[in-house]
Design a protein around this ligand. Structure first.
Ligand code: CA
Length: 216
């Protein structure tokens, strides 16, 4: 899953990006409103973390402009716990909001919920044959036994599982699993797929030659 963080507080931006990357998210960042809006409109992010008070363009304006063309889930980060702000955020098309300072674990849980809902998945648990994914706990088991996945492997399985039955193109996978700073060495999709087949079964991921991959 690829996340855009639009936040002008450098320390918060860096710590959020680090925490999300550790969870396996591909993370793009923007430190001002103009850059943020440009990126938000240019790519299909799975979720956007949007600060309200930003230089150049504020969060409200970004959200308003973004909603003219995109439904990307947006979680607003507001510094003020004013009911007016919350109502305004939700009215403008925010999907959720958190008041600073926030608890990181809660933020991560809300991001997972937003991504799940955007994919039309109402349950936290997805059964795929003998493989069971718990999206809330980020846990995968095979025949009841826990399977250790790297953050990137997990992200790949989650992205395909949330689009079960669909062929997901390699282009879409590159867009959603790797961020703007990723180098090509970590981008070897085929290697991740091959490792996942070893861990979850040879048939777990289907290759559609020339098209992409699917989980059925
Ligand atoms: Ca700010």
């Amino acid at each position: 899953m690829r996340v855009l963080i639009i936040e002008d507080e450098a320390d918060l931006l860096a710590s959020l990006a680090k925490a999300l990357r550790e969870e396996g998210y591909a993370v793009d960042t923007a430190a001002d409103g103009e850059e943020g809006l440009y990126k938000a409109q240019s790519w299909d992010y799975d979720v956007i973390l949007l600060d309200v008070m930003l230089p150049r363009l504020d969060g409200w304006t970004i959200l308003h402009r973004l909603r003219e063309s995109k439904k990307t889930p947006v979680l607003m980060l507001t510094a003020r716990d004013a009911a007016r702000d919350r109502v305004r955020g939700l009215d403008t098309g925010a999907d959720d909001y958190m008041v600073k300072p926030f608890d990181l674990e809660e933020l991560l849980a809300r991001l997972r919920a937003l991504i799940r809902r955007a994919a039309g998945q109402t349950r936290n648990v997805i059964d795929i044959g003998e493989v069971v994914m718990d999206i809330a706990a980020r846990r995968v088991t095979r025949a009841g036994q826990p399977v250790a996945l790297t953050a990137r492997e997990y992200a790949l399985v989650e992205f395909l599982a949330l689009r079960r039955g669909e062929v997901v193109t390699r282009t879409a996978l590159y867009e959603h699993l790797f961020d703007e700073d990723d180098n090509t060495l970590s981008n070897l999709l085929d290697v991740h797929v091959s490792n996942l087949r070893k861990k979850l079964g040879a048939e777990f991921i289907t290759t559609h030659r020339g098209h992409g991959y699917s989980i059925t």
